[in-house]
Design a protein around this ligand. Structure first.
Ligand code: GDG
Length: 445
């Protein structure tokens, strides 16, 4: 079996290599343990002379990490402006947030050429190449143009919109032709697959798209949650709640996650169901991300204000309705927090999958499980019809769902949880990678 070459914008930082944290690293952890692998991508560092600097190599067990630096201009235009200021809002249907310039687009393609040039000398004949996510749509074709004949797969972690939205992107055809250099394209849901396939058809590009939903490692996460729930750190948090019920939310600070809408839903619970005042605490963990993009800074200001307003309106000297942090907490503590929470509150306006929903379910105590309130617009929603599904734009509807979750009897909670846990256990990170790679191996076999 040839090596597995993973290409993603960022490679996991040294600390994340044994303890994967983000969605992508968790998903791939299993796959790279099983065979000789090379993970290639940006180091996370910027340098004016990045173009003259060689790649850096680092080895851990059977994985070689190869990284390179970006110039400040590549960081700004490729990463912040085009990937996160054009493609991210486009793919999350937020067309009013797109800030397009021709120059950013040019640097996006130039930076993908840098990925291609730097990866090329590392490739061996029987390697299988797996490219990840929207930063690298054009890379497969660029590798083909350099004579690469290896199997190449591409997986998109975020949604893909229908033609009516996607066509807003200048040079959409060029982007699609780029990714069509792959042998296999995977997306999260059947809806995304149909959308991307529909766009290919518009341009007469003959390319299949498969829905392969990503998962987590529920067994190890569950174990972490059990240990963590009994830890001093988590017990201390529970003690400070002084007997109030707990709702938990965990998200990067991103406008796709429906955070202001979630706050309004919680506010509506306090307004419409006054019996919960003083009886429930909403803990929202929201590490800041992409603060170099203006729309993220604006969102943070909005959210800071909203939390203050709600706490000011409903809080009392001895009860703070919303506890909100904008820095990350350790994964171990996160797992325990999920376990001790009564409700998981996950309300993206759009999300490729949403692993927090799966982690919350995996962490629950099966004898007394909490309830998941989940947006219909998360990629995870079709897999979890037993969750309380909500539309985040409907604050009253979210309040009703929160009230239902807080008052649900033990049997109903257990039935819903066990159905969802069954699904989370079937579709794991390991089975996701296996399914995609097996499908890729059959190409030209
Ligand atoms: C993209 C797609 C898709 C969050 N806060 C903290 C923390 N996290 C962890 C969560 C979870 C991960 O980060 C986030 O994964 P999500 O799937 O929820 O969201 P994205 O980051 O937007 O990921 C998404 C995913 O790719 C995989 O394909 O599901 O739709 O947008 O694991 O627990 N971890 C720690 N501290 C935090 O404060 N340690």
């Amino acid at each position: 079996m040839g090596r597995l070459i993973i290409v993603s914008n960022r490679t996991p930082a040294p600390g994340e290599r044994t303890q994967p944290a983000g969605g992508l690293t968790v998903g791939l952890y299993d796959a790279i343990q099983k065979r000789e692998s090379l993970w290639f991508g940006w180091s996370g560092q910027q340098a004016e002379d990045a173009g003259e600097r060689p790649v850096e190599e680092d080895r851990l067990d059977n994985v070689t990490y190869v990284t390179f630096d970006l110039t400040p201009s590549q960081y700004d235009r490729f990463y912040l402006n085009f990937s996160n200021g054009v493609l991210w809002p486009l793919c999350h249907y937020r067309t009013n947030l797109i800030r397009y310039t021709r120059e950013d687009c040019d640097v996006y393609y130039e930076t993908n050429e840098v990925f291609a040039d730097r990866l090329l000398p590392l490739l061996q004949d029987d390697d299988v190449v797996w490219i990840h996510d929207y930063h690298l749509f054009p890379l497969a074709r660029m590798l083909r143009e350099r004579g690469v004949r290896n199997r190449i797969g591409f997986f998109l972690h975020i949604p893909f919109p229908p033609w009516s939205v996607a066509r807003l992107l200048p040079q959409l055809k060029r982007l699609l032709e780029g990714v069509a250099g792959c042998d296999r394209i995977g997306v999260q849901t059947p809806e995304d697959a149909a959308n991307l396939k529909g766009c290919f058809e518009v341009y007469g590009i003959d390319e299949e798209v498969e829905a392969v939903p990503i998962g987590i490692d529920p067994v190890s996460f569950r174990q972490q949650a059990i240990e963590s729930a009994a830890s001093d750190e988590v017990s201390r948090i529970v003690d400070t709640l002084e007997g109030t019920r707990m709702i938990v939310g965990v998200d990067r600070l991103d406008y796709s996650k429906g955070l202001p809408e979630r706050m309004r839903g919680f506010e509506m619970l306090l307004k419409n169901y006054p019996e919960h005042r003083g009886q429930v605490t909403f803990i929202q963990i929201t590490p800041v991300s992409r603060s170099g993009v203006e729309s993220y800074r604006i969102l943070k200001e909005e959210l800071d204000g909203l939390v203050g307003t709600i706490n000011g309106a409903y809080g009392t000297p001895d009860w703070v309705p919303i506890r909100y942090t904008t820095w990350p907490i350790a994964r171990q503590i996160l797992a325990g927090l999920y376990r001790v929470a009564d409700v998981g509150f996950v309300t993206p306006l759009r999300d490729g999958m949403n692993l927090v929903a799966k982690e919350f379910i995996a962490a629950q105590d099966e004898d007394d499980p909490g309830v998941l309130v989940l947006s219909r617009f998360a990629g995870a929603a079709p897999e979890m019809p037993e969750a309380l599904l909500v539309n985040p734009l409907d604050a009253e509807g979210m309040a009703d769902a929160l009230h239902a979750a807080l008052t649900m009897d033990a049997k109903a909670r257990h039935d819903a949880w066990s159905a969802i846990y069954g699904e989370v256990s079937r579709n794991t990170a390991g089975s996701w990678a296996k399914q995609f790679l097996e499908s890729l191996e059959t190409v030209r076999a």
